[in-house]
Design a protein. Structure first.
Length: 60
């Protein structure tokens, strides 16, 4: 993944507050999951062809 889609410091802070640590590849894997979810939403909206804005209802 070329660019992280999450704010690493915020994710790490949240994990640290739970008393855990993040592995070196965790942020990249999380970003990849977010990228896949966004792409799925884009495909859904484009297939429907009814709107131009992604909304919560487009998350699968």
């Amino acid at each position: 993944m070329a660019e992280a889609l999450v704010v690493a410091s915020k994710v790490k802070k949240l994990v640290k507050e739970a008393g855990l640590r993040t592995g070196g590849d965790y942020i990249d894997a999380l970003s990849a999951k977010i990228e896949a979810a966004v792409k799925a939403s884009i495909q859904k909206v484009q297939a429907e062809g009814k709107k131009k804005t992604l909304g919560v209802e487009d998350l699968a």
